[in-house]
Design a protein around this ligand. Structure first.
Ligand code: NAD
Length: 304
């Protein structure tokens, strides 16, 4: 039978701090397929995450189909706003949630992976993180600082990760990120330059695919996921409305699950997708293909 077999492959999922987002679901799918999975966690969320894990609060969601609990090979502190530790301002480095974390930069992450597993030790990298401090503000009211932070953390971080982690990857390896269709169509309420960041992420996916493909034999893709009420998405303030609207107006009129994104990510990260790179893949119940709302309430066209 054709199946997704990642036995012996090593994966890093950057952007996991609880069991309620796409990163966790992707990590679980990769583990189900047999991969060793490490995660990168934002230092301010690290303690809570470790506590939840240690106190068994995530055991139910970690339970895999074989009955075992998904194990993380490593949990690395990662602040994707910084390429090197020296880039982090003094007040961040001295902050109590950062100061014991060691080198939490992207460079630090690459060095730790090299130290833990050696060269040519990584097959799969998933970028599942974003942050726009002014996401609730319309673009018109967004400050330069807020805009640049959104683009820096949510888009440039992928460039920095591909640049620094590619040398550690085995040929045929895969980078994957998560984007949102606000990059190409207006989603009122998705502000603060986050739409700009996602547009950059999708464009960079194409360019990075070419460059990393030629230089390292690696693939780079992005999943344009439908709305889902994760912790990060709840910060947007209108996520429940977005989920409901999409479910009502999509070809498949029910809410998207994180697991649906997780299994698509496992496929794209696997050798079965060896011919796919530079691409934005929609995992959104088909919402992106619609050009008109079904009805004001979204009822018409709903399957029985
Ligand atoms: N939830 C949605 O509706 C939706 C839709 C399309 C795309 N996405 C994208 O999916 C990805 C994952 O988001 P999610 O919605 O699953 O939420 P999530 O809360 O599970 O993941 C976001 C993660 O980013 C981390 N993070 C924030 N700033 C960081 C930084 N500076 N350095 C390192 N990590 C940082 C957070 O701690 C969190 O773990 C994001 O790229 C998001 O834009 C989400």
């Amino acid at each position: 039978m054709l199946n997704i077999d990642l036995t012996g492959r090593r994966a890093l999922v950057a952007g996991v701090a609880d069991d309620g987002g796409y990163g966790f679901a992707i990590a679980k799918s990769l583990a189900e397929a047999g991969a060793f999975v490490s995660v990168g966690t934002w230092p301010p969320a690290l303690n809570i995450f470790m506590n939840l894990l240690e106190r068994g609060k995530m055991d139910e969601s970690r339970r895999m189909s074989n009955g075992e609990l998904m194990q993380f090979e490593k949990i690395y502190p990662l602040d994707a706003a910084f390429d090197t530790l020296a880039d982090a301002p003094e007040d961040i480095r001295g902050n109590k949630r950062y100061r014991d974390a060691g080198d939490f930069s992207i460079d630090g992450l690459a060095n730790r992976i090299r130290g833990d597993f050696g060269e040519q030790s990584l097959d799969i990298v998933v970028h599942s993180l974003a942050n726009g401090p002014e996401v609730r503000k319309p673009l018109l009211d967004t400050s330069r600082g807020g805009y640049l932070t959104a683009v820096g953390v949510s888009a440039y971080s992928l460039v920095a990760m591909v640049s620094r982690l590619s040398p550690l990857m085995r040929r045929g390896g895969s980078f994957l990120s998560l984007t949102y269709m606000a990059s190409e169509k207006v989603i009122p309420g998705y502000g603060g330059g986050m739409s700009s960041a996602k547009a950059a992420l999708e464009s960079d996916t194409r360019t990075l695919a070419f460059e990393a493909g030629r230089k390292y034999g690696l693939r780079v893709n992005t999943i344009s996921a439908g709305p889902f009420a994760s912790r990060a998405a709840s910060a947007i303030g209108i996520i429940d409305k977005m989920v409901e609207y999409c479910a009502a107006n999509s070809p498949l009129p029910n809410p998207l699950t994180a697991e649906e994104v997780g299994v698509a990510a496992a496929f794209l990260s696997s050798p079965l997708a060896s011919g796919i790179t530079g691409t934005t893949i929609y995992v959104d119940k088909g919402y992106h293909s619609m050009g008109m709302a079904v009805t004001a309430s979204g009822d018409a066209g709903k399957s029985e």
